[in-house]
Write a protein that binds this ligand. Structure first.
Ligand SMILES: [Zn+2]
Length: 275
C-alpha cells in the first residue's frame, strides 16, 4: 500500500505571506519612508526635467545651424580667394597687352624704321586692341564673380554673428533653468539626508530594491483603501488582514508588491492595531 504524499497546497501562500511580513519597523519609521519616497520622487522629477529641458533642444538646433553656416562660410571664403586669384591673373594679362601696345605706339610715334616695319606695328596695335578688349571682358566677368562671392561671404558672416548671439542667449537661458533645478536638487538632497536616518537601513534596503524595479516608487501610502503605488482598491479580505496586522509590520501591496504604509487616511478606522 503506497504511502500518501503529504500535500503542500498551503505552503507557497504561507511562505509568501511570511516573506511579505518579514520586516518589522515601527510606524514612525514607515511614515519616514513615505517622506523618503516623496523626496526621491522629486529628485527623479528634477533629473527628468533637467535632461528634458526645451532649452537643450534649442541650443542643439542652434549649434547644428552654426556648424552648417561655418561650413558654408569656409567654402565661400575659399571660392572667393580662388576667384580673387583669377582677378589678379586677368588684371596682369590686360596690363601686359597695354604695356606692349604702349611700346608699339612709342615706336610708331618716333617714326623710326622702314615703312614696312611701321605698317607691321600698326597691324600689331590693331590686334593688341582686339586682344585687350577680350581680356578686359574676362577681367570684368571674374570681377563680377568676385563681387558676388564677396557679398555671399558678407551675408554668411552676418548670419554667423546673428547665430552666435542667439546661441549665447539660448545657452544663458538653459544654464539659468539648470541652475534653478540644481538649487532645488541640492535642497531636496539635503532633506533626503535628514529623512534617511529616520527610516533605518533594513527598510531602506527593501525600499530601494522594490523602487528600482517599480518605476521609482518603492513605498506608497494606503489611502482610502487604495494603494498609492498602483491605485488599486484593496478587497475586504486584504483590508481585514491589514486592520488586524500589528502597526510595526511592514505590509506589501498584494497587487504591485510595493511597501504599503498605513496612515490616518488609510480607511482602517483605528489605524492599525498597536503592538
Ligand atoms: Zn499597489
Amino acid at each position: 500500500m503506497p504511502t500518501p504524499q503529504p500535500r503542500h497546497d498551503h505552503q507557497p501562500a504561507h511562505a509568501a505571506y511570511a516573506r511579505r511580513f518579514l520586516l518589522k519597523a515601527d510606524s514612525s519609521r514607515q511614515l519616514a519612508l513615505l517622506d523618503l519616497q516623496a523626496v526621491d520622487s522629486r529628485l527623479d522629477q528634477i533629473a527628468h526635467a533637467t535632461s528634458n529641458l526645451p532649452q537643450h533642444r534649442e541650443v542643439a538646433a542652434l549649434e547644428d545651424e552654426t556648424r552648417t553656416v561655418d561650413t558654408q562660410l569656409v567654402n565661400a571664403r575659399t571660392a572667393l580667394s580662388d576667384v580673387q586669384r583669377e582677378v589678379d591673373k586677368a588684371e596682369s594679362d590686360v596690363q601686359l597687352v597695354r604695356d606692349r601696345a604702349a611700346r608699339d605706339r612709342t615706336r610708331l610715334e618716333a617714326g623710326t624704321g622702314s615703312a614696312k616695319d611701321l605698317q607691321a606695328l600698326q597691324h600689331e596695335l590693331t590686334s593688341l586692341a582686339r586682344r585687350q578688349a577680350e581680356l578686359e571682358d574676362v577681367e570684368l566677368e571674374v570681377m563680377e564673380r568676385a563681387e558676388s562671392l564677396g557679398e555671399h561671404v558678407t551675408t554668411l558672416e552676418a548670419l554667423r554673428d546673428d547665430l552666435a548671439a542667439r546661441l549665447e542667449a539660448a545657452v544663458a537661458h538653459r544654464d539659468a533653468a539648470m541652475g534653478e533645478y540644481a538649487t532645488e536638487r541640492d535642497r531636496v538632497a539635503g532633506r533626503r539626508e535628514a529623512v534617511f536616518g529616520g527610516v533605518g537601513d533594513d527598510l531602506v534596503a527593501l525600499y530601494e530594491r522594490i523602487r528600482s524595479s517599480h518605476g521609482g516608487v518603492g513605498a506608497a501610502e494606503l489611502k482610502q483603501r487604495r494603494c498609492g503605488g498602483c491605485h488599486i482598491e484593496l478587497n475586504q479580505v486584504d483590508m481585514n488582514r491589514i486592520t488586524k496586522a500589528p502597526a510595526d509590520e511592514v505590509l506589501r501591496c498584494e497587487e504591485c508588491g510595493r511597501i504599503l504604509v498605513r496612515t490616518a487616511q488609510s480607511g482602517l478606522g483605528a489605524a492599525g492595531s498597536t503592538t
